[in-house]
Design a protein around this ligand. Structure first.
Ligand SMILES: Nc1ncnc2c1ncn2[C@@H]1O[C@H](COP(=O)(O)OP(=O)(O)O)[C@@H](O)[C@H]1O
Ligand SMILES: [Mg+2]
Length: 257
C-alpha cells in the first residue's frame, strides 16, 4: 500500500474535494482505497454521507489507544474504506505534541496497514494548517499531492509546502518523501488568470503538475452537502469527467500501485 497525503496549508483549495473524489474514482476503477480523514472538521467523512463517527477517527490510534485497522469502516461503495474524521482529532494537536515521538505517531500507527491490508492506496485528507496532524501526515506519507487553486498567489503557497517537505525529508524521519504531484483545481477556462497561474506553476514544477485540471463547477461544490461524491451526484458532468481523468492519470503515474 502506498500512502498519499493530499496537503496544502491553505484552506479552500480543494484538498477535501480532491481526496474524496479521487478516492471514489480510484475505487470505481477497482483499486482498493482507504480514505483517511485527518481533519477535525471531518468534511471528507460527511462528503461520503458518513455521520456519527465520534470515537472512530484516527485519534485513538494516534495516542496509542487503538489499532488503526480497528478504525477502518466500510463505505457504501465497493473497494472504498474510510477511517473517518471527528472532532477529537483537534485534541491530538495538543496531546501528540507532548510526546517525544510526536512527528512519527501516524507513521507508526499506519505501519501495520502498509504490508498486511489488501489495500492499494491510502489517501489522506489533511487539515489546512501546519500543525501536528499535517506534519504527521507528511512524515507518514510516501508522497504528497498538492491541490492548488488557480489563483494569483499559488506559487507562494507552493514554495512554503515544498520547504516543509524538504525539512521533513532532511530530518531523517521520512527521507524518501517527495512532492510528487500538483493538481490544479477550480480552473476557469474563461479567465486569463487561471491560464497564467497554470502556465507559471508548470514552468516551475514541470511534469509534476498533473495534465488533468479540475474545473470550477457548481455541482462539485454542491455534492458534499448531499453526502455524495461527484460520481454519484452527477456522473456525467464536467466534475465527474475531470476526477475520472485524474484517477486514470494517477494510476498511470503509479504503475505498480
Ligand atoms: N472544482 C470545484 N468547483 C467548485 N467548487 C469547488 C471545487 N472544488 C472545491 N469546491 C468547493 O470549494 C470549497 C473548498 O473546497 P475543499 O475541497 O473543501 O477545500 P479544502 O479541503 O482545501 O479546504 C468547498 O465548498 C468545495 O465544495
Ligand atoms: Mg478540507
Amino acid at each position: 500500500m502506498k500512502i498519499i497525503a493530499i496537503a496544502n496549508q491553505k484552506g479552500g483549495v480543494g484538498k477535501t474535494t480532491t481526496a474524496v473524489n479521487l478516492a471514489a474514482c480510484l475505487a470505481a476503477k477497482g483499486k482498493q482505497i482507504l480514505l483517511l480523514d485527518l481533519d477535525p472538521q471531518a468534511n471528507a467523512t460527511s462528503a461520503l454521507g458518513i455521520t456519527d463517527t465520534e470515537g472512530k477517527s484516527m485519534y485513538e490510534p494516534l495516542i496509542g489507544q487503538a489499532a488503526a485497522a480497528d478504525h477502518i469502516l466500510a463505505t457504501r461503495f465497493d473497494n472504498l474504506w474510510i477511517i473517518p474524521g471527528d472532532i477529537n482529532l483537534a485534541g491530538a494537536e495538543i496531546e501528540v505534541a507532548r510526546q517525544e515521538d510526536h512527528l512519527t505517531r501516524l507513521r507508526t500507527a499506519m505501519e501495520p496497514l502498509r504490508n498486511h491490508a489488501p489495500l492499494d492506496f491510502a489517501i489522506m485528507d489533511c487539515p489546512p494548517s501546519l500543525g501536528i496532524l499535517m506534519t504527521n501526515a507528511l512524515a507518514a506519507a510516501d508522497e504528497i499531492l498538492v491541490p492548488i487553486q488557480c489563483e494569483y498567489f499559488a506559487l507562494e503557497g507552493l514554495s512554503k509546502i515544498d520547504n516543509i517537505i524538504h525539512q521533513i525529508a532532511d530530518s531523517g524521519v521520512n527521507p524518501g518523501l517527495t512532492l510528487a504531484g500538483i493538481i490544479m483545481t477550480m480552473f476557469d477556462v474563461r479567465t486569463n488568470l487561471s491560464n497564467q497561474v497554470v502556465a507559471e506553476v508548470r514552468k516551475h514544477f514541470g511534469e509534476r503538475v498533473y495534465h488533468t485540471m479540475v474545473p470550477r463547477t457548481v455541482r462539485l461544490g454542491e455534492a458534499p452537502s448531499f453526502g455524495k461524491p461527484i460520481l454519484e451526484y452527477e456522473p456525467v458532468g464536467a466534475g465527474a469527467i475531470a476526477y475520472n481523468a485524474l484517477a486514470k492519470e494517477f494510476i498511470a503515474r503509479h504503475p505498480q500501485g
